[in-house]
Design a protein around this ligand. Structure first.
Ligand SMILES: O=C1C[C@@](O)(C(=O)O)C[C@@H](O)[C@@H]1O
Length: 260
């Protein structure tokens, strides 16, 4: 039985995969301009979530500017779920220009202040820290997406399943994995792992994607195989293979109608 993760009007894990659009500006002004464009866009209603990618920002580690920026994005897009992510360089993120505060400390600051609806924490950032952070998040009513990214290759299906299960065992509200295919069988492995999770193990919504053009089929087929969120580009993609949000909306509609 798959549980859902409900935030505002968005029920992650129910019906169509939810569309999440990354905000990837360097400055606060760029991010605010993107949020404004989303609000004014005809496709705005197709967007369920926005992800502020903290590792792209040059304002970090200034907490005051970050706090104001997150509040401003939430004010511009009050109905969208706001996800805050600092992707580590080891998992494909931008190189951070500072060493302190650490990613852990910034995430903790965002969670303690409930400055976002969801925060992304990487599985390999360490089980102890993750468990502590999940405990604080539960108290504060912030949801945690645990994640893992492999920009080089695709592990076998049982490794993918094990990683997703570790995330849910640690208490994540959503378990996510993004992998790079080197051949078509890698895409099939990712889809097989997703279906296995959905049918046998998932107690929380699962999010999976195979990156690049070869893997892009996995970004539109979540309702068939069991992936609850799909990342689509608006101004700029945050990972290879993301499909523009208007095309993604059309693809999800088609799949919901004819493939499900
Ligand atoms: O984890 C993910 C998934 C992602 O890497 C993708 O492949 O769409 C994009 C990232 O911005 C996000 O944090």
């Amino acid at each position: 039985m798959i549980r859902y993760c409900k935030i505002k009007h968005c029920i992650i894990g129910f019906d169509r995969p939810k569309i999440c659009v990354p905000l990837v500006g360097r400055s606060a002004e760029e991010i605010i301009a993107q949020a404004d464009q989303i609000r004014q866009s005809q496709r705005s209603s197709a967007i369920d979530m926005v992800e502020l990618r903290g590792d792209y920002l040059d304002i970090l580690p200034d907490y005051e500017v970050l706090d104001r920026l997150l509040a401003k994005v939430a004010e511009i897009l009050p109905e969208k779920v706001l996800l805050f992510t600092i992707r580590s360089e080891a998992e494909g993120g931008e190189k951070l220009a500072f060493t302190t505060p650490t990613i852990y400390e910034i995430n903790r600051h965002v969670i303690e202040g409930h400055l976002a609806d969801m925060v992304d924490i990487e599985l390999f950032s360490g089980a102890e820290q993750a468990e502590e952070m999940i405990g604080i998040a539960k108290e504060k009513g912030v949801k945690i997406i645990m994640s893992n990214h492999d920009f080089q290759t695709t592990p076998d299906a049982s490794t993918i399943v094990n990683r997703l299960r570790s995330m849910q065992d640690l208490g994540a509200d959503v378990a996510k994995i993004a992998v790079m295919p080197e051949n078509k069988m890698h895409v099939v492995n990712l889809l097989a792992a997703t279906a296995m999770m959905q049918e046998a193990y998932a107690e929380v919504p699962v999010v999976t994607m195979s990156m690049g053009k070869m893997g892009a089929i996995s970004r539109i087929s979540g309702q068939v195989f069991g992936s609850a969120i799909t990342f689509a580009s608006f101004a700029e993609a945050s990972a290879p293979g993301q499909i523009p949000v208007d095309k993604m909306d059309e693809a999800l509609t088609l799949i919901e109608k004819y493939c499900n």
